[in-house]
Design a binder for this molecule. Sequence first.
Ligand code: GLU
Length: 470
Amino acid sequence: MTDNQKPVLRFAPSPTGMLHIGGARTALFNWLYARHTGGKFLLRIEDTDRERSTPEAVAAIIEGLKWLELDWDGDITYQASRAGRHREIAEKLLAEGKAYRCFATPAELDEMRAAQRAAGKPIRYDGRWRDRDPSEAPAGAPSVIRLRAPQTGETIIHDVVQGDVRYANEQLDDMILLRSDGTPTYMLAVVVDDHDMGVTHIIRGDDHLNNAARQMQLIRTLGWPEVIYGHVPLIHGPDGAKLSKRHGAQAVGEYRDMGYLPETMRNYLLRLGWSHGNDETIPTPQAVEWFNLESIGKSPARLDFKKLDNLNAHYIRAMADDALADEVAHLLGRETPPRTLSVSARKRLIAAMPTLKERAKTLLELAAAAEFLFTDGPRSLDDAAAKVLSDDARRNLGEFLTTIADIDWTGHALEEKARAFADAKGLKLGQVAQPLRAALTGRTTSPPIFAMLEVLGREESIKRLTAHVL
Ligand code: GLU
């Protein structure tokens, strides 16, 4: 990479399932570095494994990235469509003597491995066709193309996260580039695509570190510019064990459905493996400004759902009321059966939002707390609310209603009236407020009730309260 060349990064998922948080973090780090440096962030779908790749997975990955607002530059590259180019490079290497044809049959290779195993030796291709003349192979016998890899010396990866990682070349066998059916292997496809896409930096999970050594051998054999690698430790569960289903949600879509905001997820995923002092709350624009490769952590980050909730509460509070109402509407629309927000419900929701958003850790929580705003007319009571609305309470409610019939309908004025009423009756404020809450919402918990009376408005409130008066 020359000094004036901007970094080119990529996210290269295999479309075999949902976009997982590990993959999302990889995408985020690459995206952040591209945006930080003014470089490019490309998307390549590695769909060479035709059996395991599905269109649904491609769609899920794209949807996940879009939801996370990790926009890529240019068109998506589909690896499978580039098989011809991969083949071309394998054949070029063959013509130059940098690769060779191997005619070993599967049975022969099985035998070779069994012998290695029996002798307690490492299992690797023994190079039996490396120096043999292809004319020795039976006519028409199928063959693969293997890289003529260096057999001595070391391949060193100067990894920006892991430091120098050394591989003795004698431990890396001559990998297959092209299979006997003419399809390229993953190793070949990745290297050729990264080169053709102009990729300069590769940040990915450290499960690919061993691949990096082989990929580097291939890059060097081809005489192509070397990429800069950064292999990030995988994410672990809260207990420190490798991430698995029992740790909870892994797909980005599940977090969306639980009511986490994209901004929350970006901040959270950033902190799973990257740090800036003790800062926890790092909004995306700040992350773009600060992100660097040096501060990627060397040890695995652990999921911390409490931190996730705290961040989400923060970003919910910071969000505009009408935008939050849109999010809630989206969420309701995804329910089965889908619910829609009426115009009046949306208005009430926005009016109540300053109160609601102070309390919610997720959009689901927010929607649940706001549920009484979505319906019109009297509420049916849950058990606890029914208990609160004793005969006495209902009679008091009726009396109280007469005192507020034509006051200025503000939370403040209503609360004053409730206090005066409670005083006059020798009751505590709660003994007035709690039945009000039960009748108005059908529940015993809600956002501050006088503010909610104001949000619901005079007419709707009176309708709801009257229905429960004795
Ligand atoms: N397709 C690979 C994966 O999904 C990533 C390859 C790479 O980043 O080099 O694990």
